[in-house]
Design a protein around this ligand. Sequence first.
Ligand SMILES: [Zn+2]
Length: 483
Amino acid sequence: MRNRVAIAWLLVSAILLCACSHRKRNVLAITHVTVIDATGAAPRGDMTVVVENNRIVLIAPANTLSFASNARVIDGTGKFLIPGFVDMHAHLTGAGEPDGSRNFILPLLVANGITSVRDMGGYLESLEPLRKEIREGKRVGPEIFFAGPYLDGNPPSFQPSLVVANAADAQKDVHELVQRGVDFIKVQSILGRDAYFAIAAECKREHIPFVGHVPDRVTAAEASDAGQRSIEHLTGVLRACSSHEKRLMREQFFVPRRKKTPQQSRARQLAWERELLRTQSAKFTAALLEEFVHNQTWQVPTLITLRNVAFPTPSQNFAKDTRTQFIPRQMLTGWQKERARELKISREDMALHEVGLQKSFEIVGKMNSTGVRLMAGTDTAAPFVFPGSSLHEELALLVQAGLTPMEALQSATRNPAEFLGKLEEQGTIEQGKFADLLVLDSNPLEDIRNTQKIRAVIVRGKLLDRAALDEMLGAVEKFAAAH
Ligand SMILES: [Zn+2]
């Protein structure tokens, strides 16, 4: 032990000496802090973490280290250090480009401690230069992993999309996207079966993961067996947990011979949803979750989007939510209109929404206890899914679903790093990894909502203290007021 302390001391001396002789060396120390490293280990109190340039170079008991005056020191007494967060489901270019990502979404992500983000469908023309600017240090932002355009059926659900009608399209589109340097392929709801399985085969050949929605015409078990690496928003999951999945699928695509009135269509839809929820089966749920564990199919439930968008009820009221000040006015008006329309439904519908959400929470809890791998994602910027802060809400919802606070933390730190194949470099607080760190005022293991009490964000070694974060937020507020 004494040896290790001596080595640690020598190392810091060496770092500080270097800091003297080469101006470019940038040393930052967070002293006397409680480290929650997200490996699953217990918190370690009174530690000092030393960052040099963009890496963590040393983690040691605070009393074994001392610092020369040229190192930047943050007194972490009474504070908690955790790894930076990853939002595993965002759409950075969904708010008007090039301004939307640069002046609205990205600063909100960073100011809320998100140091990496997985873009789940967006414009490559915008994402490519954005990632480059951030990597070259020309812009402060999270590390971005992206899919580029969605692969979808005709007509596609969202833009930008490539329509895949057959195996030839699948081969061409997957190949071209791989050539353009995407990190994964995103599949969407309207894809036909042949197109979907052709995409799966092509991704296997190209050694690139495919992720996204379980298409309506494919079962969740089939998607898992086909090698889909992550399933978003629990798509296809409730249906697969029903004892009547096949019948529900047939009914979903049943085209009545005579045209129905909107009221008749709505009544049909309601009856279908009621049947979906009525036939939920513990046996079928267990079988599906076993399949997910066996195939290592990860889940990004985006409970915040299920609650605020998929199953809206008036109990979620955003009229007085102060975060609306960060949303560009035009966009906010759109959100409000959409929500008003969504809430114009019968009491019966509303009750169904509540049951649907409750079932989703139950399934996520079961997934966690069964060993299905979970990650935190939000679907930013879906209506009232506030960029950045919604990830903290997601963590709280995951705890509500049954995860421990540590498991929730890992769903946004260690797990995404493992999923992305980046665990050697990020995801936990360990020597040699990228310095993506959050300093918190209170212990997130005592109350997960304490992740919101951010004192400082360190992104790839760059320190943003509370004043710098507030300045970023102020700039977003101004931008939002003018757009
Ligand atoms: Zn999405």
